[in-house]
Every structure is written in structure tokens, then in C-alpha cells.
Design a protein around this ligand. Sequence first.
Ligand code: ATP
Ligand code: MG
Length: 373
Amino acid sequence: MARILLENVTKIFDGEVTAVRDFNLEVPDGEFMVIVGPSGCGKTTTLRMIAGLEETTSGNIYIGDSLVNNVSPKDRDVAMVFQNYALYPHMNAYHNMAFALKMRNVPRAEVKKRIKETAKLLGIEHLLHRKPGALSGGQRQRVALGRAIVRRPRAFLFDEPLSNLDAAMRLTTRAELKNLHHRLKITTIYVTHDQAEAMCLGDRICVVREGEIQQTADPMEVYERPANKFVAGFLGTPPMNFLTGSIKLKNDTAYFKIGNDAIILSQRFKNVLRDYYDKQLILGVRPENISPQQFSGQSDNAISAMVNVIKPIGIRTDVYLTHHTEQKLIIGIEPHARFEVNDKVKLYLDLEKIHIFEPTETGRNVTLSDQPG
Ligand SMILES: Nc1ncnc2c1ncn2[C@@H]1O[C@H](COP(=O)(O)OP(=O)(O)OP(=O)(O)O)[C@@H](O)[C@H]1O
Ligand SMILES: [Mg+2]
């Protein structure tokens, strides 16, 4: 087992495409780290550099205590599991799992023992004689996992290993993976574009956008204290709502003004936002931190909006609204709450849970007062 350290790692393809820019990431021994970000943000490239399948353009990669920049993939002792499991179609599950061990001259009895243990762990003992063509997607995926586990590598690298599975299978396999990690405690870097999967699996998650790390922290920290607007909007379903407005100071009270609506900010926010009075900013609020009420008379520290679409999804109902400034919002309500299309509603925001961002795509969360920089 081993920690993995990336120091100022950059990858530029063909001298022009910067896939990964100045990554600094430490994954301590035994941690389950999830790298999450939209398609094309550099996740696979990062894993391939750690596995040694891709050279870095600059920067250092350490596995354990050794610098591995010039170590060949087979000597890095990490096991990578890809999205398409790439099992050998002509070999049964047993031989697929045994193959890498045989190549390493592991004695036959030891191979047998490891496969037996691992197959038991993964619940595939009864499938070992089957070839990949006779296995379901989920079963193949487990064989691929098994093949990685029997090697007893120092670390696992997973590249979206669940994306070929159906929704139900994904959920159960996700839980199994987490459980497996709990038992084996092997350092793991897991890549996905699925924020829910990242939140569920990661001891910590590292959010990446266009080749750059945006924030690395434990999932709830990232959810509750997003470093910037991109991170805030990337995690959560439905996503965080963003409303453009500005901070006004009147009679020593700070307000966030969105069109005709003004929300009184707490003393803490007032202090933190001192440098931002009269500037355009973006207020972020998660759907679960908004309470809607039927509109009656004057708005009192709430914002007013019109219901456009009501979408029941079982556990809750999503309501799509438009603020009078034409800005859109989504909130979640009780499945049986009575709202109708074209209703005018008042939205009360949980003012301790709002965030205020600088007005760019990756605008800094200026309400995190203890954030460096
Ligand atoms: N061999 C290559 N040559 C040139 N550009 C590449 C190469 N491999 C990847 N890229 C580019 O590098 C960027 C990052 O690609 P990468 O595959 O790492 O993204 P990803 O985050 O894994 O995306 P996805 O979620 O779609 O798998 C993309 O712009 C991609 O087009
Ligand atoms: Mg990829």
C-alpha cells in the first residue's frame, strides 16, 4: 500500500492541448480519493500519468516514497480498471483473473488461493468457469475488479468503472466498492463525471474543471463550503440556484438586492462582504435551503417568483420557477404540496446557508471568510 503524490503535474498534448494544469494532489495511504469533473476535464489523462501510460509534460509523481516519473507501468505496481473492462474474451473468469499473476510467475497454488479468496469477496465464485460473453455487465465488472484485486497492488486506479452498468446495478456496485475498500484499505483513485457517485464513494473528492483542480476536501465540506461557483453548481441535484444581484448598505444594514427584492444579510455576511458593496455578485442557494409559500401581499425578506413547471419525481417534487428579473430557479417541495403552474410564490432563503460568489464561471465564494487568498 502506498500514498500517491502529484506535484505540479502538467500534461500538454502535441504542444497545444493542456489537458492537466499544475495538479497538486496528495492521496494518503489507504484513502479513497475521487477525481470528479465534466467530460474532457483531464481525469483519464491524470490516471494514465499515474499508471505510467502517459508521460507528464512537467511535474513529479510519487508512489510510496519513490519518484516514479521514469518508472515503467509494470514496475509502478498499481492496478487500473477501465470503463470497458477489457477482459480477454477467450478466457474464462478464472483465467482472466489468473493471467497477470502467471505473467509475474506467482506459484500456481498461490494463484488459486488468491482467486478463491477474491471471488468469495466479490460473490463470483460460481461464475469462475464462464467466459465474459456469458456474463452480465455487472458480473464482468466484478471479474475486472477481481483481476485488479488478486494482483494485490499498492494502489487502485479506477476510470469510470461503473458507467456501463444500468442505474440499479450502479447503485449496488457502488455500495460494494465502498465496502470492499473498507475491508482492503488499498489506496484508491477513482475517476467519474457523476457528482452523486463522487459524493457517495470518496473519503475526499477533488473537483476538476478544464484541467485545473478547483477544490479538494471531504464530500460534505465541498457541498457545504464550495470554494467557487463552479464547484457549487457542479455538486447537488437539483443544482444550486444562482441569482445575480448586488449588495447594498442602507441604515447600517446590508442587503442583497435582486431586482425589486432585497434580502437582509446577517452580521457575519455584512462584515465579510464589506469590499463588495454596490458590486454585481451572484447569490447561490441550494434547493433544500429555500422554503416556498403562497404569495400574499408584500415580500418580507423573501424573493417572489412564478411557478413554470411542476415535476413530481416520487420522493419529492421539483418546481421550476422564474424570478421577476427573468432568472430561473429550481426548488424541491413535498410531493403533496399544493402549487400550481402560474402561481406566484414567496421564497424564503435560509440565510445562514446562502453563498455569494464573484460574478464569473469560477467566481470565488466570498462568503467563506476563512478561505485563503
Ligand atoms: N492523446 C491525446 N492527444 C491529444 N489530446 C488529448 C489526448 N488525450 C486526451 N486529450 C485531450 O485532453 C483533454 C482531457 O482528456 P481526458 O480524456 O483526460 O478527459 P476526461 O476528463 O477523462 O473526459 P471524459 O469524462 O470524457 O472521459 C481533452 O481535451 C482531450 O481531448
Ligand atoms: Mg475519461
